[in-house]
Design a protein around this ligand. Structure first.
Ligand SMILES: Cc1cc2nc3c(=O)[nH]c(=O)nc-3n(C[C@H](O)[C@H](O)[C@H](O)COP(=O)(O)O)c2cc1C
Length: 184
């Protein structure tokens, strides 16, 4: 699949078929995570793959009832929970190198985008889920103190396409020479 086609064609998928994902297809998705860029190549991402229906239900319960991705948490054959190891991305000799502190949100975000694009290119759907009780998910999955849960996504074959939310025009977010300055 052409890169721009993948970038523009990827949608948040919230309806899934239960069909299993072949091992080599899952591997291709994880391989895309592996090659994500990261601060000084620190690769702070970690992925927990959840297949057990009971665990998926427990994780689904950490979403608010109104979260539009709720049903997808149990409908899709797999749930991928993206964690970040604390204190590596953005650090130099144990000290935060910038005023931003830990860059784990940034690096796991890059990894998640690679994951979503690779999944899309394999005919799979994803939806980034960020609105849930992170502490509860960490408890359920026994996440170590050295890491934190950032986001989750179901992974599976779509049973319905996602709608395409409108995007801003390029002129709505690009400035020239100075913040806020449009093209002359
Ligand atoms: C950080 C982040 C958190 C998100 N959290 C949720 C969520 O909790 N529930 C949900 O249904 N969608 C969630 N989304 C999906 C966005 O709503 C979606 O990406 C956006 O509306 C654009 O649609 P598209 O992905 O189809 O292009 C999240 C996306 C991002 C990047």
């Amino acid at each position: 699949m052409d890169l721009m086609e993948a970038i523009k064609g990827r949608r948040s998928i919230r309806k899934y078929r239960p069909d299993p994902i072949p091992e080599e297809v899952l591997r291709a998705v994880l391989e895309a995570v592996r090659w994500s860029p990261s601060w000084a190549n620190t690769q702070c991402w970690e992925v927990i793959i959840v297949k057990d229906p009971k665990t998926k239900s427990e994780l689904a319960a950490t979403l608010a009832r109104g979260n539009p991705a709720l049903a997808s948490m149990t409908d899709a054959p797999l749930l991928l929970v993206l964690c970040g190891k604390k204190g590596s991305s953005g650090y130099y000799k144990g000290q935060a190198a910038t005023i931003k502190g830990d860059w784990l949100m940034f690096d796991t975000g890059l990894a998640m985008q690679n994951l979503c694009l690779a999944a899309h290119s394999q005919g799979l759907g994803t939806v980034v889920i960020g609105l849930f009780d992170h502490k509860r998910v960490e408890e359920i999955l026994g996440v170590s103190q050295e890491a934190e849960v950032v986001a989750m996504t179901p992974l599976g074959y779509p049973s319905a396409e996602g709608s395409t939310p409108k995007r801003k025009e390029i002129s709505g977010f690009v400035f020239y020479e100075r913040y806020g300055k449009g093209k002359d």
